[in-house]
Design a protein around this ligand. Structure first.
Ligand code: HEC
Length: 136
């Protein structure tokens, strides 16, 4: 390889790196505000401490006694009030949880965050013949 070819090759790589990087950094990132992040973390701790994951999955992971809750927050006919009603009242199979108002808000904020950041139920996904999956 001549010096000139090397120079052209390095220039091309550098230019494509700069263009690709600038495209990536122009993608909008919608960060949670500091206040929201704190609520989400609190909600996650409640989810862990109350052991919701023993019976429920999020992102397809967790127990199988109850349904996957990844997208319950945005599901038609469900949503935050539906979730808080289940948590406060329980069912014959699910225990009720007496949460304080701010604990319930934090849990709901966590459920909203999970809903926005993931899709489930994997059983509903379409599996392509080449092995990748598509959500609905
Ligand atoms: C002992 C197991 C168990 C635990 C622990 C549990 N759940 Fe459940 N949950 C269930 C079952 C089972 C159902 C389905 C309703 C039924 O069969 O009674 C359910 C239903 C729900 C539903 C309704 C889901 C839907 O799509 O209709 C929500 C929301 C929910 N649980 C939230 C929670 C949260 C939040 C926690 C933790 C604070 C939790 N659950 C802890 C067993 C549990």
């Amino acid at each position: 390889m001549t010096e000139k070819t090397k120079y052209i090759l390095i220039s091309c790589l550098t230019v494509s790196f700069v263009i690709y990087t600038s495209i990536i950094y122009q993608q909008p990132i919608v960060p949670e505000s500091a206040e929201n992040s704190k609520m989400i973390m609190e909600g996650k701790m409640i989810w862990q401490n109350k052991n919701c994951g023993a019976c429920h999955q999020i992102y397809g992971l967790g127990g199988f006694l109850g349904p996957d809750l990844t997208n319950t927050y945005s599901a038609a006919g469900k949503g935050p009030l539906y979730i808080s009603a289940f948590v406060a009242a329980g069912t014959p199979v699910m225990p009720s949880f007496q949460l304080q108002e701010h604990e319930m808000s934090a849990l709901l904020e966590y459920m909203r965050h999970v809903d926005e950041s993931g899709k489930s139920d994997p059983k509903q996904f379409k599996i392509n013949y080449y092995g990748t999956i598509e959500g609905q």
